[in-house]
Every structure is written in C-alpha cells, then in structure tokens.
Design a protein around this ligand. Structure first.
Ligand code: SF4
Ligand code: ZN
Length: 314
C-alpha cells in the first residue's frame, strides 16, 4: 500500500516533456510541460521562428523597438537584444512614447530607461506634449467638455501610433517592432470585425506604405508566457494599470477571449490563423492624408481629425 502511494507521488510530479527535468510550466493548448531551461529556450526560439516565418526583418535593418515599460515590451527588448547579437549588420534602438498620464506612465518610462540601459540599447523618449502640444490627460479633459464620444484609448492609440512613426522616422529606423502578443493581435482582429474593418494588417511587414513598417515578433506568443518569461528572467516591469484601461472596448473583448481560452485552450491560435487567412490576402491602396500628408486609409487621417476638434472648440 505504501509502495502504491509512493509510486503515485512519483508519477504526480510533473516532468518536462523535452528533457525529463522538473517542469515549471504547462502549455494548456498543447499539453506540453516544460522545465525552466526548456521554457526559456523554446520561448526565444519561437520568437526567432516568428521573425523568419513572417519575414519581419532584413539583415541590415535599423530596428526601433517600441518599449512602453510594460512586461511584454521589456521581454521583447530582452529577446531581440539577444537575437541581434547573431546579426551584426542589424542595429537596435528603443523608443518610448510618454502620453502624459500622471501616476502611470512615469513609472513605465523609468523601467523602460533602466532596462534599455542595462541591455546597452539607446532609448529615445517622445512625449505627446512635444508632438501634439498637449498631454493626453489635458486632451481628454478638453474633449470630455466637448462631449466627445471617442474613448480615451481610441484617442491614445491613434496618437501613439503616429508618435511611434514620427520617432522611428527621426531615428532613420527601417522597421518598428511592437510587443503585441498573440492575445493582443487576436483581440485587435475581433475589434476590427466589430468596427466593420477587417481589412487591416496587424504586425505583418508591409514596406509599400509611407509609414515605417511594423512587425510584432510576439504575435504567436501567448501573453501568459511573456509574463512567465519576465518572471523567470527577473525583468522588472510596470505594476500600475492605466486608469483609462477599464473604459476600453478592448477590455471587454479581452475578458471574453481570456475566459474562452481558459475553457477551450488553443482557441486563440485557431482564431489567429482564421483571421490571417482572410487579412493577409488583401491588397491595400495607399493614401496620404490631405492635411498632414501621413499614410492613412481615409481622406483626412484620424490624428488630424482629433487635433482639429481642439481648434474648432478652443
Ligand atoms: Fe493609452 Fe488606453 Fe493604454 Fe492607457 S490603457 S495607455 S489610455 S491605450
Ligand atoms: Zn526541460
């Protein structure tokens, strides 16, 4: 009887599916169990494979990594710094956009600067105030007085994309790497569907537009694994949540997808390939905004639309 109990105990200790060492992580979608060292190495190899599969980088790219100071972006910077050592003609630089969200972005910018310096990567911080003349909180205050229907994250997201592009151009970057994970990418596809706008690539390199091409090397990495990688590597990251986050439409989609993935592991991967099979086939005509000359799919880009609402109402 004692022997039976002992055997059961031995069988219950999870072991790494790759090397037989003690497992510390289970990939629910595949049933794979991984020890610390296999988890880290598979994580990094998957990023490299993603870069190759989606043809994200060229051998002589000047890569600008968009670093918010959150876990995903610091993990991305960490892994790309490691990968970059294998490609001596490539260079890496970090860009951080400070929207001006008091009590939130300050901590993130500090983490971004500290970690970038620790990894020996030059970091450039660009603020909304410098670029658009106002901080995000000032814009939100003014817009709410005007009774805008735009959500804070919609405004922030549109302006931040522009700011990243401006910062990348100033640094002569040939490509921008963002830290969107599998979860982010699938959430965005769902949001695009609900907005009736699936005709939009996310994170796939497109050199044919006026915008600096963007890639997302973590696009097939679940966010949960990025968190665990940060934990294992002891990468400090921002602990506060943006005060505007709970008001975002993305939050609702995220909650739904998180609980769906928990019940049906692997659903995010299924959704990603379904969306990619539709979106990656489309040809996108390039247009330039009639006001500012930046790339847009409309006549007047959304940045000019937001900024003009200040001019007409102030
Ligand atoms: Fe901007 Fe919304 Fe993100 Fe806050 S949660 S940083 S407002 S996009
Ligand atoms: Zn192992």
């Amino acid at each position: 009887m004692a022997l039976l109990a002992e055997n059961k105990l031995v069988r219950e200790i999870p072991v790494c599916s790759s090397c037989g060492e003690k497992a510390v992580y289970t990939r629910e979608y595949s049933g794979e169990k991984l020890c610390k060292s296999c988890f880290l190495s598979k994580f990094e190899k998957r990023v490299l494979k993603t870069i190759t599969r989606y043809k994200m980088f060229r051998h002589d790219d000047q890569v600008a990594v968009a670093v918010s100071g959150g876990k995903d972006s610091l993990v991305l910077l960490h892994v790309l710094t490691k990968i970059e050592r294998q490609f001596p003609e490539t260079s890496l630089v970090a860009i951080t956009i400070d929207e001006g969200i008091p009590g939130y972005r300050n901590e993130a910018v500090e983490h971004a600067e500290t970690e970038a310096r620790r990894m020996g990567v030059e970091i450039n911080v660009l603020t909304f105030e410098e670029l658009f003349g106002r901080r995000l909180d000032e814009m939100l205050g003014a817009l709410s007085e005007n009774g805008t229907k735009l959500q804070p994250c919609t405004i922030c997201g549109i302006l931040r994309r522009r700011a990243i592009n401006v910062a990348a151009k100033r640094l002569n970057a040939t490509v921008v790497a963002t830290a969107h994970t599998l979860d982010d990418i699938v959430q965005t596809y769902f949001m695009n569907v609900l907005r009736g706008d699936l005709n939009r690539e996310i994170g796939q390199r497109n050199d044919s537009t006026a915008i600096v091409p963007r890639v997302a090397p973590l696009r097939v990495t679940p966010e949960r694994e990025a968190v665990f990688y940060a934990y294992l590597k002891k990468i400090p990251f921002q602990s506060y949540i943006c005060p505007n986050a709970s008001k975002s439409a993305r939050n609702k989609i995220r909650e739904f997808l998180d609980s769906y993935e928990a019940d049906y592991p692997g659903s995010l991967y299924t959704a990603l390939s379904a969306f990619e099979s539709i979106v990656f086939q489309k040809d996108r005509p390039e247009k330039l905004c009639r006001q500012c000359g930046e790339f847009t799919s409309r006549d007047i880009c959304r940045v000019c639309e937001i900024l003009s609402s200040f001019q007409t109402n102030s």
